[in-house]
Write a protein that binds this ligand. Structure first.
Ligand code: 4GS
Length: 244
């Protein structure tokens, strides 16, 4: 996969590209990240990329021209057009499902803004998929872009090595994780649940499944409701398929 990032702060990405799974994916040739500085496309003597909002009000707005020129150059380079993605609180909420969808693409083009927002004509011209990482206001789209890079990269085939089986991941899909323990067996008087020491794989699996469901019910009942919805949708998909 190739991921292009259009940003005013390319240097903000350097650290995350150099650690852990993202670094390994790049070394293995599974992922290429190309950073482009929007400011390189500014035309006036001040290198402006933002301006005052029409109609007044506080803050500045990202101008159309530098972003569109930057995107046109990025798209002209390299393979395929890719999926245009703009980071903003107005976007579709990011989720594991969306990460899985994006992991299927050959190329992503992430547009990270600063200031109070984008000139609306950037949206009209580019028709990007707009993604939000949560209902809070950040000072730039860089961190949301890093969130997407991280979540998508670990889903690229081969990125995790074979230490984690997809079987294991689908078993708890849509639920919170069950509690995990590692050595020592006793730490400051705190032990490890007996079942995990038993070597009884079926019982361990049952305990983990029960814990995951209990934890999800207590902390994130919204996730259980969503799972129930998905199951209903799948049932009706199957029925519709039978009819058609
Ligand atoms: C988010 C967010 C965000 C909005 C960028 C104000 C600077 C800022 N982007 N998910 N202008 N939450 N963006 O807060 O994606």
């Amino acid at each position: 996969m190739r991921i292009d990032v259009l940003t005013l702060f390319p240097e903000a990405f350097e650290n995350i590209l150099e650690v852990s799974i993202v670094r390994r994916a790049r070394q293995k040739g599974l992922l290429e990240v190309v950073l482009s500085n929007i400011r390189d496309f500014a035309l006036n003597n001040y290198n402006s990329v933002d301006d005052k909002p029409y109609g007044g009000g506080p803050g500045m707005v990202m101008m159309c021209q530098p972003i569109l020129d930057c995107l046109e150059q990025v798209e002209a380079d390299g393979p395929g057009k890719g999926r245009r993605i703009m980071l903003s609180p107005q976007g579709q909420p990011f989720s594991q499902n969306l990460a899985r969808e994006l992991a299927q693409e050959e190329r992503l083009i992430l547009i990270a803004g600063r200031y109070e927002g984008f000139d609306e004509r950037i949206r009209i011209a580019l028709q990007p998929l707009e993604i939000s990482i949560g209902d809070y206001v950040l000072s730039g789209g860089e961190i949301p872009a890093m969130v997407i890079i991280d979540a998508v990269t670990r889903l690229l085939p081969g990125a995790l090595g074979d230490e984690r089986s997809t079987e294991q991941e689908s078993f708890t899909a849509g639920l919170l994780e069950y509690p995990q323990y590692t050595r020592p067996e006793v730490f400051r008087d705190l032990g490890v649940p007996e079942v995990l020491l038993s070597g009884h794989h079926a019982k361990i699996e049952e305990w983990r499944s029960q814990q995951a469901r209990q934890r999800t019910r207590q902390r994130r009942p919204d996730l259980l409701a969503e799972l129930a919805n998905e199951t209903e949708e799948q049932k009706s998909d199957i029925q519709n398929n039978r009819k058609s």
